[in-house]
Ligand binder design. Structure first.
Ligand code: PLP
Length: 407
């Protein structure tokens, strides 16, 4: 929208940031299913090659359908925030084929052999493996500490002077541990380190890490941003516009993890209802967590909307609402967990999260299967832990399904 009419609500921003920007006056940005773009003249081609806008050259470099999703998500992450000059914060986003592709661009464009990255326990399985397998093989070391203890962060930075970047995932998967973004960023910025935040579980509706001065926000758009489970995708958003357009963009196109116009179109539509969906997701999740916490068959519920969660106050400080993903342990351990999952009638047995319907999975045998048992247990991912992404169905049907499956 224009400076003359700044939008005041996040849903308006989600719907109108990239409206009607095409030569054919199509209401929605079309699926530009084309590998390449034509030049009117040799000079036109040269200008587009040399210019900052690379969206109309070759689709690995960019594509107008990607731009629709990129500009919208960047606007949501920047919503209501100001830069150091007091002007509305400007961000640049790069859409990728998957969260993993966006994460690879993030790490490889900021780190080189000999550098180290500081992160914490209980990360998304793919992030954990990317750090310990791929980054390790390129000579980049991952240092993992419990970042909820700020002393551990200080100690690690002191002990490993080669740490160049701090990567935070909050809330973290699947234990819903929360890291204090503001406090960790302050420590990291005192040493001029790069800070990135995986904001997948929260979405920009619940949490805006750029508020605390972080450099990058990452999302697996596969989850709440798409919202309907129709496509895999990832996005990397940065505040250093020059670096995003040069170094980061260069690594992105050379690594080749570009999105495709169809998936980008699905994302651009899905994200428009983010606020409505998140409100319902979060209201349902709170009721489910309170119900489970009181249930005699449940040993423990990990959800920061409950006062029993050790990160209740950190979550309340930096998130609008505690989100819609939780995990819980059945008193009967692994066997009880399997029986419970098999008894579910409406909730869907599947990995992933953030879809409109409720998904239930078993991290030890599914998402975190690739991580050795001792390590996984150290991160709080026990054998009987169940992860649930609460959907936007009618709450009574979710509770009734849980009730009959726990019987
Ligand atoms: C799913 C997920 C990823 C990886 O994203 P993909 O789209 O599956 O490649 C990274 N971080 C978190 C927190 C996730 O949930």
């Amino acid at each position: 929208m224009s400076e003359k009419f700044p939008l005041t609500g996040i849903s308006s921003v989600a719907m109108h940031t990239n409206g009607h920007k095409n030569a054919e006056d199509a209401h929605l940005t079309p699926i530009f299913a084309t590998s390449t773009f034509t030049f009117d003249t040799a000079e036109d081609g040269m200008n587009r090659f040399a210019g900052a806008d690379k969206t109309r050259v070759y689709s690995r470099w960019g594509n107008p359908t990607f731009t629709a999703a990129e500009e919208t998500i960047a606007a949501l992450e920047a919503f209501g925030l100001k830069d150091t000059d007091g002007k509305p914060l400007q961000l640049k986003a790069l859409l990728h084929a998957s969260g993993q592709a966006a994460m690879t661009t993030l790490f490889l464009s900021n780190l080189k052999s000999g550098d180290a990255i500081l992160s914490h326990y209980s990360l998304y399985g793919g992030t954990q493996e990317l750090m310990t397998k791929v980054l390790a093989a390129t000579g980049i070391e991952a240092i993992i500490v419990d970042m909820r203890d700020l002393n551990k962060v200080e100690e690690a930075l002191h002990q490993y002077p080669n740490i160049k970047m701090v990567h935070i995932e909050t809330p973290a998967n699947p234990t819903i541990q929360c890291i204090d973004i503001e406090a960790v960023t302050k420590i990291a910025k005192a040493k001029a380190l790069i800070v990135s935040v995986d904001n997948t579980f929260a979405t920009p509706y619940l949490q805006q890490p750029f508020k605390y001065g972080v450099d990058y926000v990452f999302h697996s758009t596969t989850k709440f941003l798409n919202g309907h489970g129709t496509a895999i995708g990832g996005i990397l958003i940065g505040r250093d516009l020059e670096k995003m357009k040069t170094n980061v963009w260069k690594w992105h196109v050379l690594l080749g993890g570009n999105s495709n116009p169809f998936d980008a179109f699905l994302l651009a539509q899905g994200v428009k209802t983010l606020e409505l969906r998140m409100e319902r997701h979060c209201a349902n999740a709170q009721q489910v967590a309170e119900y489970l916490e009181k249930h005699p068959a449940i040993a423990k519920v990990n959800f920061t909307g409950l006062k029993s969660h050790p990160d209740f106050s950190v979550s309340a400080k930096q998130m609008r609402l505690p989100g819609a993903v939780m995990s819980y342990e059945l008193k009967g351990g692994l066997d009880a967990g399997k029986k419970f999952i098999n008894q579910l009638q409406m909730c869907v047995r599947a990995i992933s999260l953030g879809t409109v319907d409720t998904l239930v999975s078993h991290p030890a045998s599914m998402s975190h299967f690739g991580i050795p048992r001792e390590e996984r247990i150290k991160y709080g991912i026990t054998d009987g832990l169940i992860r649930m992404s609460v959907g936007i169905e009618n709450i009574d049907d979710i509770l009734n399904d849980l009730e009959q499956a726990l019987r």
